[in-house]
Design a protein around this ligand. Structure first.
Ligand code: NAP
Length: 333
């Protein structure tokens, strides 16, 4: 099996290389592709150096599966022609709401992979980690409405944004002037209630994505409202979530469901430190759930805290899991 990564030098691309190294997929050749700027440089996969190829010169027929991690513009321009020669799994937002493109979280709706036209979309990182606990709870209790506030790491905005957090932090401590290039305001020692562009009704595109992707993946009847916030954390997104069910529920049963939820790990002790922080989730494949408790203002609702590595389950890991599902499906046919 041959694989390719478009955008191999970026945050998601580099993480995808690491996930593929650990995956059980037997890879004969891995092709790494990026912009002209990176062409000719090398990256290591399984102790072997691979020369990065330039996108414009790359032949898409070299790999059976191609993971795109280079943003919407590149996906828009290159994925349709690539899909004539390879199966595309795209990390960007470009194809997600296309009705002919499956939008898949591996543990939640792998059955949606049954029908695809060689393009599969990876959901937004904040959506993916939310879907993991919501799915089994929805199956059992039917979710009516979700209110979510996100605390999103800077690595979700690409490698240059991580550099900006580091340089601003240093400049702040050195009493130097702070420059913002990738964020609209200072991110070091601050937070910004704005991710992606604004849409007409006062929401941002990131908030819009969470609402609409949840409907596409899980159930169109679920109402969801989101406030998405960028915080000065390097990796892992956190979410404060209020879930309202159709009917009353049993908190102990909810906890049991979450303990058994695929891809999830419950860390929930009512004591100092008995919860997960973004730093602890970094590098881990699990989505962590903490602070599970009843909503005192509504006996059909509960609160929880969800944390996951945005570059792993929020991006690279889920795309590799999609590839594993596709290969399993191929074997079964
Ligand atoms: P990034 O760190 O900025 O990396 C961008 C990658 O795209 C680099 O490899 C870059 O190559 C390549 N690229 C840029 N322009 C190119 C061009 N003209 N031709 C070929 N390659 C080009 O971005 P990222 O965070 O990895 O995000 C990649 C995609 O995944 C985005 O669509 C993002 O929304 C999505 N995503 C990200 C996350 C996350 O948590 N970061 C989660 C889910 C989805 P060079 O190094 O050569 O410039």
């Amino acid at each position: 099996m041959n694989f390719a990564i478009i955008g191999a030098t970026g945050n998601v691309g580099r993480t995808t290389i690491k996930v593929l190294e650990k995956s059980k997929i037997k890879i004969d050749n891995l092709f790494l592709v990026a912009s002209e700027k990176s062409a000719g440089n090398k990256l290591v996969f399984k102790q072997k150096e691979i020369i990065i190829e330039q996108l414009e010169k790359y032949d898409f027929s070299k790999a059976e599966i191609t993971i795109f991690a280079a943003g919407s513009e590149i996906a828009k321009k290159w994925a349709p022609q690539a899909s004539k020669k390879t199966i595309v799994i795209d990390n960007s937002k470009y194809f997600r709401m296309d009705k002919d493109v499956p939008l898949v979280v591996a543990e939640v709706n792998p059955h949606d992979l049954m029908n695809h036209n060689n393009i599969i979309a990876n959901p937004n990182c904040s959506t993916i980690q939310l879907m993991l606990p919501l799915k089994p709870l929805h199956d059992k209790y039917k979710i009516k409405r979700v209110v979510v506030s996100t605390y999103q790491a800077v690595s979700g905005a690409g490698k240059e944004s991580v550099d900006e957090l580091f340089s601003q932090t240093k400049d702040y401590l050195d009493n130097k002037k702070i420059n913002s290039r990738n964020f609209t305001k200072q991110i070091a020692f601050n937070l910004i209630p704005h991710i992606d562009s604004f849409v007409d009704d006062g929401y941002t595109k990131e908030e819009w994505k969470m609402e609409n992707e949840t409907k596409k993946i899980l159930d169109k009847t679920i109402g969801l409202t989101a406030t998405c916030v960028r915080v000065p954390v390097k990796t892992s997104h956190s979410e404060s979530v209020n879930i309202e069910f159709e009917n009353e529920y049993d908190l102990e049963k909810v906890k049991k469901i979450l303990v058994n939820a695929p891809g999830c790990k419950v860390v929930d002790e009512n004591k100092d430190g008995g919860y997960i922080t973004p730093l602890e989730a970094e590098g881990d494949y699990s989505t962590f759930i903490s602070r599970i408790r009843k909503d005192h203002s509504n006996n059909k609702a509960l609160n929880m805290w969800i944390v996951s590595d945005n570059l792993l389950k929020g991006a690279a890991l889920n795309t590799v899991q999609i590839a594993e599902c596709l290969m399993k499906k191929k074997k079964e046919v």
